[in-house]
Design a protein around this ligand. Structure first.
Ligand code: PHE
Length: 369
């Protein structure tokens, strides 16, 4: 057989090219069969696929230079590509040659080769925080609900006692789906501004008692800055039964805040307003950074505002009663709350820029692994 490293001796007739390439192929197969471990296979890889001194590189330049005509170049090129494909796929553990294919034509996979190692990923800090919040309420007997991110005006606003044109809608401006002017207002679609619509969806599906937490993504026309993002996450809660009182609300949220931030944390409730709760409150926790003595994080007040809540407004029960008559405000009562996941996660992990959560920067995300 002629030595390919001295290509001057090659005869370029198709028959001798066939013989030549078949010989190369057999030589490679023998090399690979003789390699019994990773080191051996690596040596074969370098011998055949090495960029400069690999046999394929040498054949390619040697044969091509010597080919006497364009036709001969084509003949060489085709055989060369076949050989290269054979070498590459055998080295990858995939069969291309007929010897390494099973009768059914499936690629023979060497199951004794070591598997590919994948680096384990870490839960995203927002998902992690959401799971933690949900777990606190699950332990109190709450179940988990979800609802659509594209919502109707009815569920996002009207049934939660935001009538059309009510000024409370202004604080929750959002994206509206285009081209719906022909529909009645209540059927028009928008990106939900809070997870509260799932309160109504849940009550329409099931009579009281209800104890549910609802994690999810929400959208608002808010300019992005260090503490705002036009897309963020909330966990909503709803509890409805007979004789549910404001002290149940206080006890539940006080317990939840202690479970999330440590038992030393204190809570206090301030009057607030939401159209769908009456009375409404904002919940503050004692500053987890200074313990309440006053620092930069709590603007020297010793307290940090964390969530909104209140007793379910009878008007909301009246909307639910259109589908489930058991929501009779004379017989049942309930409370609801909603918290921002980003805000909680920023506090818990000392993150000062909300944008870090969405940057996809692995150096940031790795810290939560
Ligand atoms: N949905 C309110 C908001 O996004 C929060 C809230 C939920 C308030 C439930 C009271 C009860 O601002």
């Amino acid at each position: 057989m002629s030595d390919p490293e001295k290509p001057a001796t090659i005869d370029f007739s198709p028959a001798s090219l066939d013989r030549l390439f078949q010989a190369h192929r057999s030589e490679f197969d023998r090399d690979l069969a003789d390699a019994h471990n990773d080191t051996g296979r690596e040596a074969v890889r370098i011998k055949w696929l090495g960029r400069k001194q690999g046999k394929l590189a040498l054949y390619s330049s040697g044969y091509m230079q010597q080919a006497p005509s364009p036709d001969a170049k084509k003949e060489v090129g085709r055989r060369f590509n076949e050989l290269k494909q054979h070498v590459e796929s055998r080295l990858e553990g995939l069969a291309s040659g007929s010897q390494s294919e099973t009768a059914a034509g499936e690629a023979a996979i060497d199951v004794t080769l070591p598997g590919m190692r994948r680096r384990p990923g870490a839960e995203h800090p927002l998902i992690k925080t959401m799971h933690e919040i949900v777990a606190v309420f699950e332990a109190m007997g709450y179940s988990i609900g979800v609802g659509p991110e594209v919502e109707t005006d009815y569920y996002n606003f009207e049934s939660l006692n935001f009538p059309p044109n009510h000024p409370a809608r202004d604080t929750q401006d959002t994206l509206l789906i285009a081209g719906q002017e022909a529909k009645p207002l209540r059927e028009r679609l928008l990106m939900r501004t809070h997870t509260s619509p799932v309160q109504m969806r849940t009550m329409e599906r099931q009579p009281p008692p209800v104890r549910i937490v609802i994690p999810g993504k929400v959208h608002r026309n808010d300019a992005a800055d260090a503490t705002h993002s036009p897309i963020f996450h909330q966990v909503e809660g709803l509890c409805v039964d007979e004789n549910i009182t404001f002290s149940d609300l206080k006890g539940t949220l006080d317990h939840a805040m202690k479970a999330l931030f440590g038992s030393a944390v204190k809570t206090r409730f301030f009057p607030s307003f939401f159209p769908f709760t009456e009375p409404s409150a904002d919940v503050q926790i004692s500053c987890i950074f200074c313990g309440g003595s006053g620092c930069r994080k709590c603007k020297q007040s010793g307290w940090i505002e964390l969530l909104g809540c209140g007793m379910v407004d009878p008007a909301v029960f009246a909307f639910a009663a259109q589908k489930q008559p058991a929501y009779d405000a004379g017989k049942i009562s309930g409370f609801a709350f909603g918290m921002g996941v980003e805000r909680l996660a920023m506090m818990k992990y000392g993150v000062s820029d909300i944008g870090q959560f969405y940057s996809g920067d692995v150096r940031f995300l790795e810290q939560f692994g």
